[in-house]
Design a protein around this ligand. Structure first.
Ligand code: ADP
Ligand code: MG
Length: 619
């Protein structure tokens, strides 16, 4: 028999190797952000289109590359970060394998622009599927910009494997959070489809945590500081009463690298012993600094595990440091040495009690009196609202009282949209006579009330509307279902199908029809009316992860969890623009709910500001 072994052509070898490094758009985000950090950037901009499927671009103001280096950076095993194997034990950079750019260039269209400070002109290189298409001298600012377009364009199987934009964006956001939390001394901006999701300046660690997780986080942070010969710890744990049912706020960074360590996580859990309710998880944001010699990160590029030389000692130090901080917190209010004026309540509001809005329903109010707009029907494909209540929200809040405290905490971050379309509201003379809504940052719906201003969080509001709707269907057990043309087959692990099986009856009450449910496979032949087929796998995935994170306790109600989870999956997201009919419809639907004030997860759905308060701001 003749010889059969042959060497794979380079481009095939590159594509295979790329699969190791790049699983999804979030992997590209991670590699590019890390390269920018290794280049000592102080400002990094991340620009994403279509959850990274169309574009992932990272622009940094770091040290840039020479023309030769720019070209070489795309070669496999080309790195400036290590020279010999020994260097692996002295790593101060994120990268060292020299694989990322080569891998990304093998499976995408890449445009790199880079310039060093000392040079007047930079270099621009275009590579598509490892082929260099062009290399030119380019006028570009100091630093580097790498744009990665059409990821997996030459591996359709991989491209098809990508999840919905919602899921991919969630992965990207997770990576972004990890990198941004590890580097508070770097300013980051993050744009998705033109709207900015994050914009954080250079700041201290507390400010960074608060910017990423929201202003409410500030009050729950307990500082943890410890320095020993082998380990330095700094950061925060969350006060026990703010603990969560999910593990979404658990962050360890070792030498500014995000790691997962079940062992060290256990150290924290044991420090919290006796302080947490069953099924709740502590929040923590902790930076550990150790000698690079004492850790081994020479593992798979996409993994986040780490090996320590002396885990037992680290465990003991960490546990006692956290216990100590919690102890202090229990005895006396925490003294905050890192005083952040920008995060504190302005003087005027300091001793003012938050007043509950007094809601007086104006019974004589007739929603049809001077309005023609309520007759309009929502026509857009985008709206998935089902009921069309015709209450007008303004009447509900006739006696609105000051509730300014809610608004002011986020006030410094408010920036107004500059898009041209918004200019029309100022020209529109109708603004005086009919109620007008407009969208702020594609996130909030703003409207006027008799006594002031109403700002609705579109995502939370829609979650509330959908939640009540689903809950109703589940309880009265008569939802309508829409038959699928072709049965939908989904694959899960046995654990996951078990969760679906447990919830089967409730799922059926929302309108799902299952024709088969085995250990590994679920076949669906019908879905609730209004739920697009493409969303089905996301809903179920979300549901599974919600159930996994939400350890059943006494209050556990499968129906409630299901309704919450589906509402979360299907609600209109931030960043989606709504036309005025949709905006009005959203507000009306919200106020037709039983509990319009809070989202299914108990977060405020809207805030109001009375004219009095607005007047005060102008004094
Ligand atoms: P690694 O980061 O493991 O060295 P990469 O493939 O990610 O490998 O990058 C290859 C090389 O290209 C890096 O070692 C670095 O010298 C250079 N490089 C990549 N990105 C940048 C950047 N944003 N700024 C400056 N140099 C960069
Ligand atoms: Mg790298």
């Amino acid at each position: 028999m003749s010889d059969i072994i042959q060497l794979l052509p380079d481009h095939v070898a590159n594509q295979i190797a790329a699969g190791e490094v790049v699983q999804r758009p979030a992997s590209v985000v991670k590699e590019l952000l890390e390269n920018a950090i290794d280049a000592n950037a102080t400002e990094i901009k991340l620009i994403i289109k279509d959850a990274g499927k169309t574009l992932v671009q990272v622009i940094d103001n770091g040290k840039g590359m020479s023309t030769t280096d720019a070209r070489l950076s795309f070669e496999r095993h080309a790195t400036s970060k290590i020279k010999a194997a020994e260097d692996l034990f002295q790593l101060n950079t994120k990268g060292f394998r020299g694989e990322a750019l080569a891998s990304i260039a093998a499976i995408a269209h890449v445009e790199l622009k880079s310039k060093q400070d000392k040079d007047d002109l930079g270099t621009a290189i275009v590579i598509e599927g490892s082929d260099v298409k062009s290399q030119e001298v380019s006028v570009t600012p100091t630093g580097t910009s790498v744009a990665v377009k059409h990821l997996f364009f030459n591996i359709p199987a991989r491209r098809n494997f990508l999840k919905s934009d919602t899921v991919e964006l969630r992965h990207i956001t997770d990576e972004f959070h990890r990198v941004a939390l590890a580097h508070p001394n770097i300013a980051f901006a993050f744009y998705h489809n033109g709207s900015d999701l994050f914009n954080v300046p250079q700041e201290n660690y507390r400010q960074r945590v608060v910017h990423i997780f929201g202003s409410k986080t500030n009050e729950k942070l307990v500082p943890v500081e410890e320095e020993t010969e082998v380990l330095k710890i700094s950061g925060f744990v969350g006060k026990p009463n703010f603990s969560k049912k999910t593990k979404s706020e658990q962050f360890f960074f070792v030498n500014q690298r995000f790691v997962k360590s079940p062992y060290l996580n256990h150290a924290i859990k044991s420090a919290f012993e006796g302080l947490l309710k069953e099924g709740y998880h502590p929040s923590y944001f902790l930076n550990l600094t150790v000698d690079p010699k004492s850790i081994d990160i020479n593992i798979h590029p996409t993994k986040t595990e780490i090996k320590f030389d002396d885990e037992h000692t680290l465990y003991a130090i960490l546990r006692s440091a956290v216990k100590h901080s919690l102890g202090q917190f229990n005895i006396a209010p925490v003294l905050d040495f890192e005083h952040q004026s920008s995060l504190n309540t302005p003087y005027d509001y300091k001793d003012k009690k938050a007043s509950t809005p007094a809601i007086e329903v104006d019974r004589s109010f007739n929603p049809f009196a001077d309005e023609t707009r309520v007759k309009q029907k929502a026509t857009s494909q985008n709206t998935r609202f089902k009921s069309a209540p015709t209450t007008s929200w303004d009447g509900l809040y006739a006696g609105l009282e000051s509730n300014g405290n809610d608004l002011q905490s986020d006030f410094s971050q408010v920036t107004f949209e500059s898009e041209a379309k918004d200019a029309s509201i100022f020209n529109d003379s109708a603004i005086e006579t009919t109620k007008t809504t407009f969208q702020l940052q594609q996130k909030y719906i703003v409207s006027t009330l008799k006594s002031g201003m109403l700002v609705v969080d579109q995502n939370r509001a829609h979650q509330r509307v959908l939640y009540e709707n689903f809950l109703k269907h589940i309880t009265i057990k008569e939802a309508t279902s829409q038959q699928l043309l072709f049965p939908l087959q989904l694959h899960f692990t046995p654990n996951e199908t078990k969760i679906i099986d447990d919830l089967k009856a409730d799922l059926e009450h929302t309108g799902f029809v299952f024709s088969e449910l085995t250990e590994k496979e679920i076949t669906i032949t019908g879905v609730p009316v209004g739920v697009p087929e493409s969303e089905v796998s996301i809903i179920l995935e979300q549901l599974i992860s919600d159930v996994e994170n939400d350890v059943p306790d006494t209050n556990f109600s499968a129906a409630d969890l299901l309704a919450k989870s589906m509402a979360k999956s299907l609600a209109i997201k931030n960043g989606q623009s709504l036309n005025s009919t949709e905006q009005e419809h959203m507000v009306n639907s919200l106020f037709a709910c039983k509990e319009p004030n809070v989202s299914p997860t108990n977060k405020p759905t809207f805030i109001t500001m009375a004219v009095d308060d607005i007047e005060k701001k102008f004094m």
